[in-house]
Design a protein around this ligand. Sequence first.
Ligand SMILES: C[S@@+](CC[C@H](N)C(=O)[O-])C[C@H]1O[C@@H](n2cnc3c(N)ncnc32)[C@H](O)[C@@H]1O
Length: 221
Amino acid sequence: MESELPKYLIPSPIPAKIFDENLASLPSPLREREGLTAKREGEGKNNQTWLEIGFGNGEFLSYMSQNHPEINLIGCEPFMNGVAALLASLDNPVNNLKIWHDDARILMDTIPDHSIDRVYLLNPDPWPKTRHHKRRFVQIETLDDLARLLKPNGQFIMSTDVADLANWMHEKTWNHGAFEWTSTSQDDWLSPPDDWPLDKTRYMKKALGGETIYWLKFKRI
Ligand SMILES: C[S@@+](CC[C@H](N)C(=O)[O-])C[C@H]1O[C@@H](n2cnc3c(N)ncnc32)[C@H](O)[C@@H]1O
């Protein structure tokens, strides 16, 4: 029988070398469950906390953690090479980034209610075959959890270059009831959020090369 989870979701251990060379720059060990919402020293009351699900090689988190030290960032990625790429890309130590090297759904279960300001789900795996649609990240259960952990008016931002997946994510999120779609024009559906750091992921580079990226910007009601 086919296993429910794809193999790469079963986390593999991170080689000690990567810990030794790069983890000194991070405030917490990988896999840390506690303290995700703990305040950092000197952290202001109004600092936002953003969560990225499936960060791939971590281009967005790398940019944000180095250029926006005021934002607390949590990144989830079970793919070990992606975690290593993110760690290797940090030119200087950062103290605003925590990494969860595993399935985001496990971490989401442990995040307190209404504690996250933004969730990014950028170019999730499309699982194009109908019999694999149940593996897509956006499902009623994950939306229930995202609705619980987002603050009121918190943002849920998704992107994809696959039209069928864009429709799926839009329909499921629209019908869920806890989210409001904030786009008012077609241009908006095809444009990244206003504060998006332009070419920061390989998908954005594809978009700059003329390929369509669909952006779904929802707000927690
Ligand atoms: C197509 S890649 C996109 C990577 C990145 N977001 C980007 O835009 O370049 C999808 C990523 O989601 C990760 N992923 C898939 N399911 C996940 C889950 N349940 N929790 C966390 N990450 C997941 C995969 O390992 C993969 O790196």
